[in-house]
Write a protein that binds this ligand. Structure first.
Ligand code: ACO
Length: 324
C-alpha cells in the first residue's frame, strides 16, 4: 500500500517584489538576476506569518480533497523553521485547523516535500493512517542576509500542501543525504548562556552558489533516471517533470542531460524564485488547479537542497483511492 494525492493547495504572500525594486536597495540589476537565474520577481511576506500561509494552503488542499480536519491521521510540515522553534509549525497548523492527530515538522531544506512523502509512505505501509496532510511552508526572506546580493535575490516565501489517502499511485521514491556544512548553511541562533561560548555568528543563509549549482545538476541527472527505473517507467512515458525551482539554468542544464523535452518541465521560477521545500507542492497545486494534470498521467518530482539532501519520485496523478 502506498498513497494517492487526493488534493492540493497553496498560498503566497500578497507582496510581489520585482528585480527592479531590489536594484533600488542594493547593487544589482534586473538584467543580472534574470540572466543568471530566470527570476523576475518573488513573493515576500509583508505581514503574513509562516503559520498563516501554511494554514491557507492546508485548508485549500483539504477542500480540494474533500477531507475535513477531523479525518486527518497525521500532519507533516517540511520547513526550515516555522514562526517558532517550538511549538512546531505542524502543531500550529493542527491547532488552526482544529485537527486532533499527531503533527511534526521535518527539515530536509528544499527536499523536504519528498522526504515528507517518504515518511508518509511508511505510515501508509504500516496501515497506521488513512489521511495525511503535508504542508510545506517557508519564509526565506527572514533567513537570507539582505546584505548579500548573491543570495537574497534568489528566494521567496510561500506554502504548498497536499492531502494523501491510501492508493497505489506512488510508483517510486528515493531520498538521499550527503552530510556537509560547507556549500549551504544557516547557523542556529547562538543564545545568551553566560557559561557557553556561542558560535557568535549571525543566523543567515550562506551559500557557495557554484558548488550548489553543480550538486543540483548532478542530483537531477542521477536521481530522476533512478526513480524512473525503480518505477518501471521510461523517460518517454513521463508527462510532467516538477523539479525544485532554484535556478532556470539548473533546469536547462539538467534537461540537456536527461533528454526529456523542455515542454514537459513545469516552470514557475520567473514569478516565484526559490521557495525551498514549497517549490514542488506549489507547482503541483498550480498544475492541478489550472487543469493541466489529467488522471493517469505520470509525474516525475525531484528536489535538492541544504544538507545536502535530494529526493525524487514518480507518481501517477490521481488514480482511484482504494478507500473512497
Ligand atoms: N547582482 C549583481 N551582481 C551579482 C549579484 C547580484 N545579485 N550576485 C553576485 N553578483 C556578482 C558577483 O559579485 C560576481 O562578481 P565578480 O565577478 O566581480 O566577483 C559575479 O556576479 C558572479 O558571481 P557568481 O557567484 O560567480 O555568479 P554565478 O554565475 O555562480 O551565479 C548563482 C550565482 C545564481 C547563485 C548560481 O551559482 C546558482 O544559482 N547556484 C545554485 C543556487 C541553488 O540552487 N540553491 C538551491 C538550494 S537553496 C536551499 O536548499 C535552501
Amino acid at each position: 500500500m502506498s498513497f494517492t494525492i487526493l488534493g492540493t493547495g497553496s498560498a503566497l504572500p500578497a507582496q510581489q517584489v520585482t528585480n527592479d525594486q531590489l536594484s533600488q536597495i542594493m547593487d544589482t540589476s534586473h538584467a543580472w538576476i534574470h540572466s543568471r537565474t530566470g527570476i523576475d520577481s518573488r513573493p515576500i511576506c509583508r505581514q503574513e506569518t509562516v503559520t498563516q500561509l501554511a494554514l491557507e494552503a492546508a485548508r485549500q488542499a483539504l477542500e480540494n480533497a474533500g477531507v475535513v480536519p477531523g479525518e486527518l491521521d497525521y500532519i507533516l510540515c517540511p520547513t526550515l523553521v516555522g514562526d517558532t522553534i517550538t511549538p512546531s509549525l505542524a502543531c500550529l497548523v493542527q491547532e488552526g485547523l482544529g485537527a486532533g492527530c499527531p503533527a511534526v515538522d521535518l527539515n530536509a531544506a528544499c527536499s523536504g516535500f519528498l522526504y515528507a512523502m517518504d515518511l508518509a509512505r511508511g505510515l501508509f505501509a504500516a496501515g497506521q493512517v488513512r489521511r495525511v496532510l503535508i504542508v510545506a511552508a517557508e519564509k526565506m526572506s527572514r533567513l537570507v542576509d539582505w546584505r548579500d546580493r548573491s543570495t537574497c535575490v534568489l528566494f521567496g516565501d510561500g506554502a504548498g500542501a497536499a492531502v494523501l489517502g491510501p492508493g497505489e499511485d506512488l510508483l517510486s521514491l528515493l531520498v538521499t543525504a550527503q552530510g556537509t556544512s560547507s556549500p549551504l548553511r544557516i547557523a542556529a541562533p547562538s543564545g545568551n548562556c553566560p557559561y557557553s561560548q556561542g558560535e557568535g555568528g549571525e543566523s543567515y543563509l550562506a551559500m557557495n552558489g557554484q558548488e550548489v549549482y553543480r550538486f543540483a545538476v548532478g542530483a537531477i541527472a542521477r536521481d530522476i533516471p533512478r526513480a524512473l527505473e525503480l518505477a518501471g517507467v521510461t523517460p518517454g512515458q513521463v508527462d510532467h517533470l516538477l523539479l525544485h525551482q532554484a535556478n532556470l539554468r539548473i533546469l536547462e542544464a539538467a534537461q540537456k542531460k536527461l533528454g526529456i523535452p523542455l515542454e514537459k518541465y513545469a516552470v514557475n521560477i520567473a514569478t516565484h524564485g526559490n521557495l525551498s521545500a514549497v517549490s514542488v507542492p506549489l507547482l503541483l497545486d498550480e498544475m492541478n488547479r489550472s487543469g493541466r494534470l489529467r488522471p493517469g498521467e505520470i509525474l516525475a518530482l525531484c528536489a535538492f537542497g541544504g544538507g545536502l539532501t535530494t529526493g525524487a519520485a514518480v507518481l501517477r496523478w490521481r488514480g482511484t483511492p482504494t478507500d473512497k
